[in-house]
Design a protein around this ligand. Structure first.
Ligand code: NDP
Length: 487
């Protein structure tokens, strides 16, 4: 809600005000980007080492004030404080890894010379874009922006961050605490408002945009960025699947399925929404899931649904699944009691129901019986999304994981790939493209620069009008010698 130029943030469980931030208009967004451009000159001048020490200071501040930040996320997004603490843990990991590895991954290095141009040495380095615009969602308001922010800042960019309208106070807290450890220049700024502010950021002269949010909004962001050929990273939604093979530890798989689908009340981009369990373990698995999920309490482990309009979507998906022949073995449509949704487990849900095809974003899970792992993979891949996934198996875990059409998979675990600073994170298909985190995530926020340096006179001068016909013949001879033999 906007009141007198202020964006009011409210607690989804109580409706109490969680804080307020000033709303930016287009002019304010452009001004923030101009300040960020000036700050980028200084930020780049202090080099990898100067940035590393400052990013690590911010990392330590997050650790020292972890409780405060988790409580802020609780009051604004409704998530249990313990979930907030786990979220900060992942954010700290990404900040630490990016700060410590940026120089190795992006710094200048020599590449091996190629024989045809042996008189030149080759060099590559990765240069920052200048200012990166980061647009973030509300469901993980700490780690989803800190992933791209860590990569962008470590690479030498400054950042203008547009948090979701549902979590602006956490977003402002991140910018304010960064300014405490880097008071010299506005290296990380937050701008607030609704989607139009995100759109203005795309058109404000930033060098790159990192977007995390829904697929539909991702397409709008791409269109806005296309106007000025601004490159984008799109981290969008998912409909992730968990596969349980015949030799899986069924109890561990059930624990992971319940955590993966119901943590953060199911409002997780890489949350497990579908399970495919092979026939021999299906009954035991369903029983274990129902037993574990049945113990979760709304208002305790299961927080409120942050976005009120999502409640209708969750109810619609459950009703559609039941109307098409699905059965609720735990909960059901009556589980939706605003602002909460109690754990709901559905079986026999047809593949064409919205619960199986669209992102539900609530604490619901469908379990489907399949013949074998091949059928499980085929059904898991039958979605336009492709973000994460999970496999429980002893013998064939990695083999099955490789066949899932997704950016990440956890074997005998779930969501774990988001907690490792050295692994790339991102999806395929409608889940987006580009990567945050790890080496790929650092390179995403820099452009490669290639340099050749002459170190001797050319014996076979190819790139000059002054070559002779004899030299051209020699070049052809050299080419035949080097590459003329059939493999
Ligand atoms: P939205 O797509 O609704 O919003 C994401 C951000 O984009 C918000 O800051 C929003 O602002 C902003 N925005 C809205 N319209 C525009 C526009 N036209 N131009 C530019 N920016 C705009 O997503 P949610 O916030 O609802 O987040 C949930 C979604 O995010 C789910 O689909 C989830 O799967 C996905 N997600 C993906 C992740 C990943 O890494 N792949 C991680 C976490 C979530 P405002 O809030 O003011 O509308």
């Amino acid at each position: 809600m906007i009141e007198d130029g202020w964006l009011l943030s409210t607690n989804p469980a109580t409706g109490d005000e969680a804080g307020r931030v000033p709303v930016a208009d287009e002019k304010a967004v452009v001004a923030a980007v101009e300040r960020a451009k000036a700050a980028a000159i200084w930020w780049q001048s202090i080099g990898f080492e100067g940035r590393k020490v400052r990013l690590l200071r911010w990392r330590t501040l997050l650790v020292e004030r972890i409780q405060e930040l988790a409580e802020l996320a609780h009051s604004e997004a409704g998530k249990p404080v313990t979930d907030g603490i786990i979220e900060v843990t992942a954010a700290v990991e990404h900040l630490d890894w990016a700060a410590k590895n940026a120089k190795r991954v992006l710094g200048p290095r020599k590449v091996r010379t190629r024989l045809l141009l042996a008189e030149h040495s080759g060099h590559v380095e990765y240069l920052p874009f200048g200012v990166v615009g980061v647009i973030g969602p509300w469901n993980y308001p700490i780690v989803t922006p800190i992933g791209p922010i860590s990569g962008a800042l470590a690479a030498g960019n400054t950042v203008v961050f547009k948090p979701s309208e549902y979590t602006p106070v956490v977003g402002q807290w991140l910018a304010d605490t960064f300014a405490e450890v880097v008071p010299e220049h506005p290296v990380l700024q937050a701008v607030h408002g609704f989607g139009d502010v995100g759109g203005a950021l795309c058109r404000s002269g930033v060098g790159k945009v990192s977007f995390t949010g829904s697929t539909a909004t991702g397409k709008k962001v791409m269109m806005a960025c296309a106007e000025n050929l601004v490159p984008v990273v799109i981290e969008a939604g998912g409909k992730d699947a968990l596969i349980v093979d015949a030799d899986a530890d069924v109890s561990a798989a059930a624990e992971a399925a319940v955590w993966g689908s119901m943590t953060n009340a199911g409002q997780t981009c890489i949350g497990i929404e579908r399970v495919y369990a092979v026939a021999p373990v299906y009954d035991a698995f369903v029983e274990a899931v129902v037993e574990k999920a049945g113990k979760l309490r709304t208002g305790q482990e299961i927080g409120p649904i942050t976005m009120p309009k999502q409640l209708d979507i969750i109810r619609d998906h459950i009703e559609d699944a039941l109307a098409k022949g699905g059965r609720a073995v735990l909960g059901g449509a009556s589980s939706v009691q605003a602002p909460y949704v109690a754990p709901t487990v559905l079986v026999d849900v047809p593949a064409d129901s919205s619960e199986m095809r669209e992102e539900t974003f609530g604490p619901t899970l469908t379990i489907t019986k399949v013949r074998d792992a091949d059928e499980a993979v085929e059904k898991a891949n039958d979605t336009p999304y492709g973000l994460g996934g999970s496999v429980f198996a002893k013998k064939n875990g990695i083999r099955i994981a490789r066949r899932l059409r997704s950016g990440m998979v956890a074997v005998n675990g779930t969501l774990t790939f988001v907690g490792m600073g050295n692994l790339p994170f991102g999806g395929v298909g409608e889940s987006g493209f580009g990567r945050i985190h790890g080496e790929d995530g650092l390179r995403e926020f820099a452009r490669p620069k290639a340099i050749t340096v002459r170190r001797a006179k050319s014996l076979l001068p190819a790139m000059t009008f002054e070559r002779t016909p004899a030299q051209v013949q020699q070049i052809v001879k050299a080419l035949r010698l080097l590459y003329g033999r059939k493999p």
